[in-house]
Design a protein around this ligand. Structure first.
Ligand code: CMC
Length: 435
């Protein structure tokens, strides 16, 4: 449209520029023409932490943070969580449409075909110290798969990419389960492909001497729902890492490993583990008000609260609350839930949290459910990484197929020294003393 432009007046030169708007955005490169003279580099944008910068066009996930809406490929998360299996949603995220019965069968067969990991990779896992953090083991082992599948570097071949996608989605539960067994000192359990994706994961986690592992159907369904809720979340910190590393055309194993490393931080997926630590630290319901006061006084953050995009309730947290009740019907109620509910109740009435639009996010309730399912808190972020692998890979496919994308390489505002002459080592102390 003709009027979809901005008129910019450069007050330094009095020149006027017409800048086109593209889907409500300004292309940063269109600002480069704004110069004071031929030697001027031109105007850049400065946006630490990407507060207001779109780095790509994507058709995968839609979030309206003010309204608390999350959709994968147009479908509301609530409907997908209620009606789909995780692998069905994985297909949707990857290919853009819900699968037909035949498509779903082929997709599931392909993923199941790749659940085993190479015995040398198993030995690689055995080499970790007995108390290694599962997320560190996960990140390293996924990266190590790059050494097993050298052909994965051929990222421009669509069939080769799809093979690696099947492999990664098939193998991440196996690696995750092995990190868990390793931390307990238990022997690893091989995948059982008679079982569904989540049932097989539970089999690899918890099978002991019984000949065939029987997953509790309600628990398997709850885990499936948790996986659906965590499958993608548009351009978050780890998706951005996936795209950034992927833009150098690195293979998908090191890309997923890098994305998982980003996920492990306490401000991102690592928050679910931190929530449990926080609830332990609070200890009981009556200590909640004092804890909230200490957060408001600047002593730490309320983990599992706040989100860069959601400024209304995180829709995933609402579904998780519902799923928690289904899990507690089987496991008994996790007493930490009472502390969490009290924390939420008080925080949502408090001016500090209302003003900053801080609501519980996905990590607030997931840990309580995982703990009721018998997971140790150190495993929580690995449980996030399994389904998010699907989202990372879909983002990676989109990146590779996007003709507009190039190697990701931001600019900087240089704040360091102008050129200066080298100082011999014997003169440096005297110069430093004078400064
Ligand atoms: N507790 C207390 N105060 C908070 C919190 C919190 N959890 N989160 C944000 N604030 C305050 C923050 O101090 C700032 O206050 P002020 O304006 O007075 O300086 C204001 O709210 C705005 O926060 P921000 O840090 O500018 O927001 P952000 O968009 O950069 O950060 C966040 C988003 C998720 C990193 C942050 O809310 C946070 O650290 N939350 C706790 C960690 C967490 O739960 N992370 C999981 C996020 S959801 C799942 C995922 O991504 O994996």
């Amino acid at each position: 449209m003709e009027n979809e432009t901005l008129t910019v007046i450069d007050n330094r030169t009095q020149k006027t520029y017409t800048i086109p708007l593209y889907k409500g955005t300004v292309r940063a490169m269109d600002l480069r023409q704004i110069k004071t003279g031929p030697d001027d580099f031109g105007v850049m944008t400065y946006d630490p932490a990407f507060m207001n910068t779109a780095s790509c066009q994507s058709a995968i996930t839609f979030i309206d943070g003010d309204k608390g809406i999350l959709r994968y490929r147009g479908y509301p998360i609530e409907q997908l969580a209620e009606k789909c299996t995780f692998l069905e949603v994985a297909y949707l995220i990857m290919f853009g449409e819900l699968p037909t019965e035949t498509q779903l069968k082929d997709w599931v067969d392909n993923i199941k075909y790749h659940t085993m990991i190479h015995e040398t990779t198993k030995k690689f896992l055995e080499g970790f110290r007995y108390n290694a953090h599962p997320m560190g083991m996960f990140v390293s082992t996924v990266a190590a798969l790059s050494t097993v599948y050298a052909e994965s570097r051929n990222v421009h071949d669509p069939a080769n990419r799809m093979l690696q996608i099947h492999r990664l989605i098939g193998k991440v539960p196996t690696i995750a389960a092995y990190t868990y067994r390793h931390s307990l000192g238990y022997p690893y359990v091989y995948p059982d492909n008679d079982l569904s994706y989540t049932e097989n994961f539970m089999n690899m986690l918890w099978k002991m001497v019984e000949p065939k592992y029987q997953a509790h159907p309600a628990m398997a369904r709850a885990l499936d729902i948790l996986f659906i809720l965590h499958a993608d979340h548009e351009q978050n910190c780890s998706a951005n890492v996936m795209r950034s590393v992927g833009s150098s055309l690195a293979d998908p194993y090191v890309c997923v490993s890098s994305a998982a490393a980003a996920l492990s931080g306490p401000l991102h997926g690592g928050a679910n583990e931190e929530v449990l630590k926080m609830l332990d630290e609070i200890g009981s319901k009556d200590k909640v008000p004092a804890y909230i006061e200490s957060v408001k006084a600047g002593h730490g953050k309320l983990m599992g609260f706040g989100h860069r995009i959601y400024k209304n309730y995180d829709p995933r947290a609402r579904i998780l609350k519902w799923a928690a009740d289904r899990v507690f019907d089987v496991t008994g109620r996790n007493p930490k839930l009472d502390i969490a509910l009290e924390l939420e109740r008080i925080a949502l009435e408090d001016e500090y949290f209302i003003k900053r639009k801080l609501y519980p996010n996905v990590d607030f309730y997931s840990g309580i459910i995982y703990q009721a399912m018998r997971f140790k808190p150190e495993m929580f972020t690995v449980l996030f990484a399994i389904p998010r692998t699907v989202g990372w890979l879909a983002q990676w496919q989109e990146l590779i197929m996007d003709a507009e994308q190039k190697i990701a390489r931001p600019r900087q505002i240089f704040t360091g020294h102008e050129v200066r002459n080298f100082v011999p080592i014997e003169q440096r102390a005297a110069i430093a003393a004078k400064a």
